[in-house]
Design a protein around this ligand. Sequence first.
Ligand code: PMP
Length: 387
Amino acid sequence: MLKKEYLMVPGPTTVPERVLQAMQRPVINHRGKQYETMFSTITAKLQRLFNTRHEVLTFPAAGTGSMEAAVVNLLSPGDKVLAVSIGVFGDRFGQIAAKFDAVVEKLEFPWGTAAAAEKLQERLKADQRHEIKAILITHNETSTGVTNDIKALAEARGNHPALLVIDAVSSLGAIELRMDEWGIDAVITGSQKALMIPPGLAFLAMNDRAWAAYEASAMPKFYWDAGDAKKALAKGQNPYTPPVSLLFGLEEALTLIEEEGIDNIIKRHCLLAKALRAGLKALGLELLAEDAVASTGVTAVYKPAGIETKDIQKIMRERFGITLAGGQKQLEGRIFRIGHLGYVAVTDILVTVAALEITLTELGIDVALGTGVSAVQWAIIKEQCWQ
Ligand code: PMP
């Protein structure tokens, strides 16, 4: 049977046609005028997206590369770091810092919940001697479908001098993040999620406090050296050969983002999540995150008792061409995740819930066909994301 492909995973996400076409252009010289103009334009658009007046540095890398870039550019071996974790990616940030001999203390919260600002405040208050040099926090925890309230967490830091470093790999471009206004010192992200281009680019933005930390940082770095990237950027260049084709794609994707408008994109993601959650709940499915902390980019769903997540994924993929993600680490086999990040429309949510109803029915789960779809439809009609 003919299948259309729906990549409903939280990254890599579907790449729009216009972006794919842009990436087919012949490669150009990365030391020439045309590239310099393009890269400077891209950087200005990235600054608007990050809500920062500071440079946004572009690295050829996976998102994890930008996490490592943040660590090696901002810290020195022996520095104390507070790794706030609500899941797999919060843990990863701490692990990277530990690999580079930072002294990592974890501030953990149960998976499926968000980081409590008062707990952060308490911990920082207890740090009278200001030993904590940096706080690493995930904005949107992709493994659990929970979004941390970065504004509240930034406020909780108060006057403590620790740098606030935010992993926005699965949020920037979909979920509101205001780097300068909220006092965030460094933000990292990747290309393959809300930015709607293939994997392979990673970004790091640093404010003046972060650049001062860079000057003092004794961690070894060459590929990730933010100072080198900043110097090259002043000329519209990179310190080494950039993946030019991906940058063609990025330029087009950022144009798409500006055409829709970031505020509208944030609202669209709100509607996608609300409609999907309404549909899933109407089917009697249990969601990992509560509404108040639920991500608007990815939704984690407990599997119904008596069936396996891999069977749900298999039928969805093989019969309907819809790819869903499984659970990670301790959530493996217990949840499946639906990504609705980037180039996703409400029609994709309708299709996914409709196919899920059939899938669950075929697996012997008692669902009234149409119940989930109807709830999605009503949410699309009634939801207040635009007000
Ligand atoms: N942080 C978060 C929040 C993520 O979702 C991911 C990717 N799922 C990463 C970091 C790592 O990105 P990558 O897989 O591109 O290295």
